[in-house]
Design a protein around this ligand. Sequence first.
Ligand SMILES: Nc1ncnc2c1ncn2[C@@H]1O[C@H](COP(=O)(O)OP(=O)(O)OP(=O)(O)O)[C@@H](O)[C@H]1O
Length: 368
Amino acid sequence: MSYLNIKDLHKHYDQYHAIRGVNLEIQEGEFIVFVGPSGCGKSTLLRLIAGLELVSEGSIHLDGRDITEAPSSKRDLAMVFQSYALYPHMTVAENLSFALRLAKRPQAEIDQKVRSVAASLQLDKLLARKPRELSGGQRQRVAIGRAIVRQPKVFLFDEPLSNLDAALRVQMRLELARLHKQLGTTMIYVTHDQVEAMTLADRVVILNQGQIEQCGSPIELYQQPANRFVAEFIGTPKMNMLAIDQVIHGGESVEVRAADAHLRLPARVLADNVSAGWSLGVRPEHIHIAPIGDGPVQGRIELIENLGSEAYCHVQVNGCGNLVVKSAARSGLMEGQQVSLNFDAEEMRLFNPQNQAVYVNGGETAHG
Ligand SMILES: Nc1ncnc2c1ncn2[C@@H]1O[C@H](COP(=O)(O)OP(=O)(O)OP(=O)(O)O)[C@@H](O)[C@H]1O
């Protein structure tokens, strides 16, 4: 049995059905990240696990114990919020030791734990300060330290880094990864930030309208999205989508037409029933710009976004809108230039209009 087992979980807020039948099994020591569009239920699911919201239906078991109705304080979980939620009148040392003092632990144990957590989070020189005398990053470290001293079974993080500036976010992200390695404790983390999700998670849970769309390792979600929602949600810039208007089967190859994009693909990458109405998805790194006439699709570069290390070219193809193509930063390409596009046929993904299932090299990974 899994360490944290969430079964058929539902949450209703009056008329609003915020969590709609979530099933999730988390193993001990896993780093799980919840992502999804605003309002999809990430925080609600985390708060249900924390015991900060009442479950409407379903169950939550932790380490073999049914905690569905247990009060938050009896769940052996520690939550870290984006707002830090430190006690303003207490010093860093007092904030860190608060839960241990409340639990009436011996003073020697409290001192030892506070020292060790402060050292691991580089807070040792700040122990006498009050929260108002700390930077945002330091405050967030105190909030994390306060959770660590309690030695919970699971850490729950609700967008803990979203108040920090970009550089500090990167630093804290690395610290969290290091902490997870060092402690080996199960962590569940809510974020809007795809880079955080992709870099921190053992498994990412993608939520949409209160349901899980897909749960898997970051690379699985990127390479084998179960449906169009996941394909378009994961990856920046987004996967390009072409609406197929005609499919012409012919032996070893199949011609797929989407407005002015006519692509000849090996028959083995398509399922037999692919037809008009399906969508063809292709990521920016799987389209290649070539001199005009050197590829099956012709277009015009409308805009180049140069990021220094790489560039994103927005190529206008008649009837397909702009396709985003990843290229080298110093490619010599110019806005306004007419170009051809080549596609990596094996990397294309197909989505059918009914259940949005994706076909990968002829095999359906059915969904919905
Ligand atoms: N106390 C509440 N009463 C009524 N509706 C609520 C309540 N809390 C959340 N909701 C609704 O439930 C849905 C899920 O909210 P939740 O905060 O879990 O989303 P989220 O995915 O964390 O969003 P965000 O990324 O914007 O923080 C939203 O539509 C929200 O409006």
